[in-house]
Design a protein. Sequence first.
Length: 232
Amino acid sequence: MTSISKLARSSAGVGALIWSICLFFHTGDSIETELIPKVFLLAVFVIVPLGLSLTATPNRLGSHSSIYVLAVVAQPVGAVAALVSFFIEPGITAALLAAIDQAMYVAAYATHSRLTNTYMNIAFPLPGGNLSSILHLDVSTSGERTGGVVLSTLGDAQAGGDQGVYYANQVIPVRLPINEVITVWPAKSLIGGGVNDKRLPVLLAKHEMWIFGVNFLNLDYEIYERSTTQLQ
């Protein structure tokens, strides 16, 4: 491991300590949203520098590109700036500080199949292993979402399936009390007849998460088609 990648790993260690201290401070707008900034800070203080250490690609002489070195050195500064943004009044200053550290997370994506089932795998680096979300892929048959895609870690998505959220390590994978469901479906089912209007979304999506069976996060998305002029 090169010195710059060691710096990234050390940054993750220090970041984990800072994040642990942050758990004792109020960082959300309300009790209901308190978990969201904690997860965000875990990403910027721990997951991102760990991801940087894992993606190190030195050349034959053992040196790294200047962009990679800059990312490793600047990342802790951005993480601290993001932390400060939670403790000052909302406004332009807080937004600018939060924007300094723009990397939300680093993850590896893959798919695998077992028997007749297909799964999407997402792995986030953590100390000693990774946080792996294995989502069962299926077709939605629920009302307005009919014809869409459902990605789920819930046990009833497929009896005896691989789905779930795990802490994967070199000893034994640990199933965590966390679940998520991501549903994506055509927006035309809601706006009637699939009107060809780029001002309307082409896809809708919903991301739901539970911890210990309690729903703590719901995200709704509208996905629009990029116009030809935007791509030029």
